[in-house]
Design a protein around this ligand. Structure first.
Ligand code: MN
Length: 269
């Protein structure tokens, strides 16, 4: 990055950044939009622009912006928690993931979800760091998308997802109770999931630490995530302290069923 203009302005002008000469990512969009542009960064840069410094060119994954404001989840999740959770916790996972991938940029994927099935077979020297931080990056990115401001969230799903929930769990209340119970009972830090299992059926599970259903070979319950609730203490301890059950109950008011239904439809194909 050049030092004579704000970072965002610089990124907007550059559009894409080279990664290890092989991959290029769009930082502003929060995801990789263009890949494997073989031109060096100097070609992408407008004439007369300084080239980005080498350290910046290695940035692969980026912290996605929240799809809502920091205070948009009030009163169920407070602004300070969202701010620290997103900017600091999630941000640090992204930084550490990129650090761990230094020298292994070829292993990075366009979409963080695509890295998950590869975690079991990474080189031993980077396996743990990429697994921990990569999975946490994926889980958090999904977690933010699973929520919306209360006015646009909560209640019950409609359509195909509602039918599938009813046919698998009996009714919505039973489903809600089972996912809440599973998430709350997760020993230590972890995540509660609704996912589509390998038989194409909805299922509920909890994973410890960084686990998620996409990590084939590393987790017991494999499938495609539909909904996730973060039950690491950092997700709730400012407002709820030790009261994980209260947080889990409040979380239902924030569930973005529209986004969940879209994930469900995609997972079924
Ligand atoms: Mn978290």
């Amino acid at each position: 990055m050049t030092h004579d203009m704000p970072r965002r302005q610089f990124l907007r002008q550059v559009g894409c950044q080279a990664l290890g000469g092989a991959l290029v990512s769009n930082i502003l969009a929060g995801e990789r939009l263009c890949e494997a542009a073989n031109e060096p960064a100097s070609v992408i840069l407008a004439t007369g622009e300084k080239q980005p410094e080498k350290g910046d060119m290695k940035m692969a994954y980026t912290l996605p912006e929240l799809p809502y404001g920091y205070n948009a989840l009030e009163p169920y999740i407070d602004e300070q928690t969202v701010r620290i959770h997103h900017d600091k916790h999630h941000g640090t996972y992204v930084t550490k993931l990129n650090d761990a991938l230094k020298g292994h940029e070829d292993l990075a994927t366009r979409d963080i979800a695509d890295l998950m099935p590869k975690l079991a077979s990474l080189p031993a020297d980077i396996r743990t760091a990429v697994r921990n931080n990569g999975a946490q990056h994926y889980n958090h990115s999904l977690y933010w998308q699973c929520m919306a401001p209360p006015a646009q969230a909560g209640g019950e799903p409609v359509g195909e997802l509602a039918l599938a929930i009813r046919s698998t769990f009996g009714d919505f209340a039973k489903f809600k109770e089972q996912l809440t119970k599973t998430a709350v009972a997760c020993f230590g830090s972890g995540w509660g999931w609704l996912y589509l299992n390998k038989e194409g059926k909805l299922a509920i599970c909890a994973t410890s630490n960084e686990g998620n259903p996409l990590m084939a070979g590393l987790v017991e319950n494999v499938g495609k995530p539909i909904l996730v609730v973060d039950v690491w203490e950092h997700a709730y301890y400012i407002k709820y302290q030790n009261r994980r059950p209260d947080y889990a109950e409040a979380w239902w008011n924030l569930v973005n069923w529209k986004a969940a239904a879209e994930r469900f439809a995609k997972a079924k194909t």
